[in-house]
Unconditional design. Structure first.
Length: 215
C-alpha cells in the first residue's frame, strides 16, 4: 500500500511519501544501469518499454524528424516511431497520448550509436530546448503522476539507479523538472510536505539523506 502525504495544490492533493525518502542517481548517463531481476547490465533500462507521449509532444518530435532521424540506425529511421492507437487521458496536457514504438529491446529513440535518447541528443547538438518535445514522462522518471498524486514510477525499484546510498532523493533530483512542467506552486507544496516527512524521521536518518540545491 502506498503511503501518501497531503499537499496543498489545486490539482495534486497528495504525494507518495517515498519520493522524499528513496534515492536515485543524479546523473544517469554516468551510471552503468543494471536490472535487479535478473541481475544483469542493461544500459538505459528505464527506456526499454517506450513511453507515453502527449500528442503535442509527438507533433513537436515529428517537426524535428530530420534532426532526430539522422542520429538513428537506418532500420529505426524507417519504422513508425509511434503507435497508431490514440488514448484519451485527461492527465496529459492535450488530453490524448500515443506511445513510442520499440526497436530491439528498447525505445526506438535509443537506436543510435551512443547511450541515451536521440531526441535529447538532437536538442543538444542542434542547440534547441528539449522541453516540450522530449516526452515529459521521460523527463520526470522515476517520478510520475495521476490525476491527484505525485508518485514513484512502478518500475523504479527494478533498476540499479534506485540503490545508490550516496544519491539524492528522488524528489530533489526531479524538483526542477516538476517546477518546469507543473509550476512553482507545486514545488512549494512539495517542499512543505518534504519538510514534514523529514521532520518525522529520526535525526540521523534525515541528516544522511543527500539533497540537491533548491536553486
Amino acid at each position: 500500500m502506498i503511503d501518501l502525504v497531503p499537499i496543498d495544490h489545486p490539482r495534486f492533493r497528495h504525494a507518495e511519501q517515498a519520493i522524499f525518502l528513496r534515492q536515485v542517481v543524479g546523473d544517469c548517463m554516468a551510471h552503468r544501469c543494471r536490472l535487479v531481476e535478473p541481475d544483469r547490465e542493461k544500459l538505459d533500462a528505464c527506456c526499454q518499454y517506450g513511453a507515453d507521449t502527449d500528442l503535442g509532444e509527438r507533433d513537436r518530435i515529428l517537426a524535428r524528424a530530420g534532426e532526430i532521424r539522422a542520429l538513428l540506425v537506418p532500420a529505426a529511421r524507417e519504422q513508425p516511431w509511434f503507435t497508431d492507437e490514440v488514448e484519451d487521458d485527461l492527465d496529459f496536457p492535450s488530453g490524448r497520448h500515443v506511445r513510442t514504438t520499440t526497436f530491439g529491446d528498447g525505445c526506438v529513440f535509443l537506436a543510435h550509436d551512443r547511450r541515451g535518447c536521440a531526441i535529447h541528443r538532437a536538442s543538444i547538438e542542434g542547440g534547441w530546448d528539449v522541453r516540450g518535445t522530449k516526452p515529459h514522462v521521460c523527463r520526470l522518471f522515476p517520478l510520475t503522476y495521476d490525476d491527484a498524486a505525485i508518485v514513484l514510477s512502478d518500475d523504479y525499484r527494478d533498476y540499479s539507479c534506485a540503490y545508490d546510498p550516496g544519491a539524492p532523493t528522488v524528489y530533489r533530483n526531479g524538483r526542477d523538472t516538476l517546477a518546469d512542467i507543473f509550476g512553482a506552486d507545486l514545488v512549494a507544496a512539495l517542499d512543505a510536505a518534504e519538510a514534514i516527512v523529514r521532520a518525522a524521521m529520526p535525526r540521523a536518518d534525515a541528516v544522511r539523506l543527500p539533497v540537491l540545491s533548491r536553486g
